[in-house]
Unconditional design. Structure first.
Lengths: 579, 228
């Protein structure tokens, strides 16, 4: 497709008169599509205008009159994306056509919207709750749904010490606990079975042979407590012998209500919460969020802060990939020794984080318009030593021990994870996409910060098997080292913060999406501000969550042992997956 | 055997030439010394804190120094459940089940703010405000996340606790001790602890006070005084 219209000049309203109008609310962009025409418009966007990657879908509750579903699509060839939205009146049943048939990557996200907003997607293949359990009361992200510990709509809350008397959240709730039940509820009368829907979804895999005999397959539940699932992830796997013939991921075991809490918090209060999304990479999580808010505020960090952001984010990427390789070997059966090798350098990187931000993992380092602190004395030299010496050495060491290792090669080579075309359809981003031959890296596709200044290659592999997924992590470590070397040379002196640090920032009304290339894929924050101290909508586009959509597709036909390894290379982290 | 001062009971003279070959001690000390030096934790990570737990296992902090490096993924083989991370309502039935499956003697450590009391996510609708609402906790380790050093300090506290126990009194040598099971919570409209069914029923049946907001907001906004 040679002649793609620029996103800026693309006029959807002219292409679909009557069906699409421009979104003219102040601070907003994109298009509002009639519900009836959504499928048609989406198909055109993908096939005619080349927006092949559906980045994220989310809901917004414009209480009290309407609900909105927001879609955001990009081109894998790079450039800005396009927003389009569907608005529906806020009266149940709220229905919107599903775009899963067009972009299969929307499947879990639509389930999430159904779960949290109660919007039904017609034509969706498997519309069940995803984060909360079947039978949960209500749709928690609706603005008129209040959690049991509800105090006020917005933070900062009033004093917890009124008249000098201590008040805890429990005191305000009749159950003295984080509980709410419908009025007149009787726990003994409960009849439904939460798992029934899950097993119902798996029942289609029953086969009947030609004599009419039904063959039952074995359903194995891996997780939520299982050493191979990297946290509290669960997969219900249908097995025929050792071969996977069906799989349903079950998640929500670490659903910590990030978005609901985020919409009560003030803008700055959310910063430490972003740390706890992908808890390996708090430095990059901070960045995604500050980008989104800075866009709305119209501030730019000073030069030195930009460099510090790059340095911290790339160090973070390195330790993430080191751990990934270590844990992948764990999954493949070399119990923990390689992981210990990986932890060695990770500790040194964490030392730098600790020296700079005050804590090892939850760095809370970014501020709107800069970073919280400059490097303390001696840390610059430490980073330089790491970057010039230890990390390249570590990469070479892994290379030497693993890349040609016969057992590893025969175990990983040719075990397909996913091919490029499917990866795009399923909205997969990050190393898994690049290992499948698609050179899509946000740092290049739509550079943020100062990434346009650095000379580096987008790591690329072509087979999309386990082996390539392992190799691409090594490649990326080496590219990160290249970026770091340049950044350390170029970093100027100067302030690290624009203006004075503020507890309460003024964020003009509007919507904004900030995205970065996190180690696990495209991490984005979709923020809606109404000009008040708190975001009206705070949505996290979590790469772990979206990359897992294709898990079933990846695993069907593989052996159960390969499922473990595939899950390992997708690189999920539950804090981000469940939010 | 080492010249173990903790183990050797004073009060009995051991001739010098036998000092390295003979120990005289009490059964309690021997019993506790054995247990405290090989606490096997359940390999069980819930959230961010679990990463620091792994870091504590790794070479720099090296839990092997305390005999705790053997992490068991199966509850049947472990002595200590480190609840490392946020306990959610959806997860808590599994946690209680795992706890029930652990054989005695068993200990529970709440690692981090979340497991101890809900932490930064306490107000969340899917978050349990502390694992001790469901299972008994022996040691709390504060922090978000606690550093590996803090975790180790917590483990040392646990060792001290073990040291204080006496084989004559411990619950697991009493009759029927292993049959004590904590009822597994049930997921309904919200998490339901079977031990509290009556209470839930009673409170849920209360009439909505006049002039209050719709049913949903009532529970959250009614004041503690009313309840009493
Ligand atoms: S205490 Fe902090 S670090 Fe630990 S699980 Fe909770 S949020 Fe994560």
């Amino acid at each position: 497709m040679a002649t793609l219209v620029h996103t800026e000049t693309l006029d959807l309203a002219a292409r679909f008169p009557g069906a699409v109008t421009a979104d003219t609310r102040p601070g907003y962009s994109g298009w509002i599509v009639n519900k009836e025409n959504l499928v048609e418009v989406a198909t055109t966007l993908r096939d005619e205008f080349g927006f092949d990657l559906l980045s994220h879908v989310t809901g917004v509750d414009y209480f009290p009159d309407k609900m909105e579903v927001v879609y955001n699509a990009y081109r894998t060839t790079g450039g800005p994306g396009i927003f389009f939205k569907v608005q529906v009146p806020r009266v149940d049943p709220i229905e919107v056509p599903s775009v899963t048939p067009i972009w299969p990557g929307a499947e879990f996200q639509e389930r999430e919207i159904f779960d949290l907003y109660g919007i039904k997607f017609t034509n969706h293949p498997d519309l069940r709750r995803i984060l909360m359990w079947e039978g949960f009361d209500g749709h928690p992200l609706r603005k008129d749904w209040h959690e049991p510990f509800y105090e006020e709509d917005n933070k900062p809350f009033k004093s917890r010490w009124p008249d000098g008397k201590f008040l805890s959240a429990e005191d305000k709730n009749p159950y003295k606990d984080n509980l709410r039940f419908p009025q007149g509820f009787d726990p003994e009368k409960i009849t439904f079975d939460g798992e029934a829907a899950l097993y119902g979804a798996l029942a289609k895999y029953q086969t009947t042979d030609k004599n009419g005999l039904k063959t039952d397959h074995v359903i194995v539940n891996m997780g939520p407590q299982h050493p191979s699932t990297h946290g509290v992830f669960r997969a219900a796997v249908v097995l025929d012998g050792e071969t996977v013939i069906g799989l349903k991921p079950v998640m929500g075991y670490l659903h910590r209500n990030h978005e609901k809490i985020g919409e009560r918090n003030t803008f700055l209060q959310n910063m430490p919460f972003t740390d706890r999304l992908d808890y390996f990479n708090s430095m990059s999580n901070n960045w995604g969020y500050s980008l989104a808010v800075e866009k709305l505020m119209g501030v730019k960090p000073p030069e030195r802060a930009e460099y510090l952001r790059v340095i911290m984010a790339e160090l973070s990427r390195i330790q993430n990939h080191l751990i990934l390789i270590g844990m992948l070997l764990n999954d493949l059966g070399t119990f923990f020794t390689p992981a210990l090798y990986a932890f060695e350098e990770r500790e040194l990187i964490l030392d730098i984080f600790e020296a700079t931000s005050g804590t090892r993992m939850m760095c809370n380092y970014h501020r709107f318009g800069g970073v919280a602190r400059d490097l303390p004395a001696g840390v610059f030299e430490k980073i330089r030593d790491l970057v010039e010496d230890r990390i390249p050495r570590k990469a070479d060491e892994f290379d030497r021990f693993l890349t040609e290792n016969e057992v590893l090669v025969s175990r990983m080579k040719g075990v397909k994870v996913i091919n490029g075309e499917d990866a795009i359809n399923y909205s997969i981003t990050g190393p898994v996409l690049r290992a499948a031959g698609i050179p899509y890296d946000v740092r290049r596709a739509q550079p943020y910060g100062i990434y346009d200044r650095f000379d580096f290659d987008v790591a690329l592999r072509h087979n999309g098997d386990l082996y390539d997924n392992y190799l691409i992590r090594l490649d990326e470590i080496r590219q990160s080292v290249r970026i770091l070397q340049q950044a350390l040379k170029q970093m100027p002196e100067g302030p690290v913060m624009t203006g004075k640090p503020q507890y309460q920032v003024r964020v003009p009304a509007g919507e904004s999406y900030g995205r970065i290339e996190a180690p696990k894929g495209e991490l984005g924050f979709y923020i809606i501000s109404t000009g008040k101290p708190n975001p009206w909508r705070y949505h996290v586009r979590a790469p772990s969550f979206i990359n897992i959509t294709a898990l079933e597709k990846m695993c069907v036909g593989q052996k159960i042992a390969d499922f473990v390894a595939i899950l390992g290379v997708i690189d999920i982290v539950l804090g981000e997956l469940d939010r | 055997m080492t010249d173990n001062k903790e183990l050797n009971s004073p009060g009995y003279e051991i001739p010098d030439d036998l000092a390295h070959a003979v120990s005289i001690t009490t059964i309690d000390r021997l019993y506790n010394w054995g247990r405290r030096s090989s606490v096997w934790p359940l390999m069980f990570g819930l959230a961010c804190c679990a990463i620091e737990m792994i870091a504590a296992q790794a070479s720099r902090y090296d839990l092997a120094r305390f005999g705790m490096e053997v992490m068991r993924p199966s509850p049947r083989q472990s002595d200590l459940m480190i609840v490392a991370g946020t306990v959610t309502k959806k997860m808590v039935p599994s946690i209680v089940r795992l706890y029930n499956q652990m054989p005695e003697p068993k200990y529970v450590m709440a690692m981090g703010a979340c497991a101890s009391g809900g932490g930064p996510f306490k107000e969340g609708y899917n978050v349990v405000a502390g694992v001790d609402k469901f299972i008994p906790v022996d040691v709390y380790v504060p922090g978000c996340p606690p550093t590996p050093q803090a975790l180790i300090a917590g483990l040392i506290k646990l060792q001290e606790k073990i040291d204080k126990q006496s084989i004559r009194k411990v619950r697991w040598y009493r009759k029927g001790a292993d049959t004590v099971q904590i009822p597994v919570p049930v997921l309904g409209p919200d998490i339901m602890d079977p031990r509290r069914y009556d209470e839930i029923k009673r409170l849920a049946s209360r009439a909505v006070p006049a002039g209050e907001k719709p049913a949903e907001a009532v529970e959250a906004t009614s004041s503690p005084a009313e309840e009493a």
